[in-house]
Ligand binder design. Structure first.
Ligand SMILES: [Fe+2]
Ligand SMILES: [Fe+2]
Length: 194
């Protein structure tokens, strides 16, 4: 559909608030690609948690994995509302994540190495979402709300893996079920089955 570009008041007000909308869209698309890729990556890591100890890790990795899918879903609508779009080519999208480190350890069932990979992914995600929080603070309450909720879950995920790796207590209450996503569920309603 061509024609004159319509007024989009929802974007114009953000520009008046001093927000660089193009920069925000770029960051949001990049962050969403990291979440999408991380979902795949955690699938791979979870599948390689073998043995008795591996069995104990699977549940935690599963909770983090399903919440990354929720983080990807949480971005989509906002990207389009802001006038952005997802790349046409899925391969381009994955490359955008810049996540070359997202590979199985050289010994794929080395549980400690798997936990280190999980921790690194969560810490990268915290930096990514903190960036969006800073860009939108006081300027774009809708995106800020999404980014803050994702950030809250990433901080929880980091604390789970810190506890498993270093014995640093996380104050972790188990999710009631995998995919509960306590902070982001309102942004990823498409994942609700009911
Ligand atoms: Fe995430
Ligand atoms: Fe995470």
């Amino acid at each position: 559909m061509a024609g004159k570009a319509p007024h989009v008041v929802g974007v114009e007000v953000l520009k008046k608030n001093g927000l660089d909308v193009d920069e925000l869209v770029k960051q949001l698309v990049a962050n969403s690609s990291v979440e999408f890729t991380a979902y795949y990556y955690f699938t791979l890591l979870r599948a390689n948690c073998t043995g008795m100890d591996g069995e104990g890790m699977k549940g935690v990795i599963e909770d983090a994995r399903l919440e990354d899918l929720s983080h990807f879903e949480s971005c989509i609508e906002r990207i389009y509302q802001l006038g952005g779009q997802l790349p046409r080519d899925a391969a381009d999208y994955i490359k955008m994540a810049g996540c070359e480190f997202l590979q199985l350890p050289s010994d794929p069932t080395d549980l400690k190495a798997i936990l280190k990979k999980c921790l690194k992914a969560e810490q990268g995600a915290i930096v990514n979402w903190n960036k969006v929080c800073r860009m939108t603070h006081g300027k774009d309450p809708v995106t800020h709300d999404i980014a803050r909720d994702i950030l809250a879950e990433e901080i929880e995920h980091e604390s789970w893996f810190l506890e498993l790796l270093h014995g640093r207590p996380s104050g972790h209450m188990r999710r009631r079920y995998s995919g509960e996503r306590p902070h982001t569920r309102r942004h990823s309603r498409a994942l609700d089955m009911a």
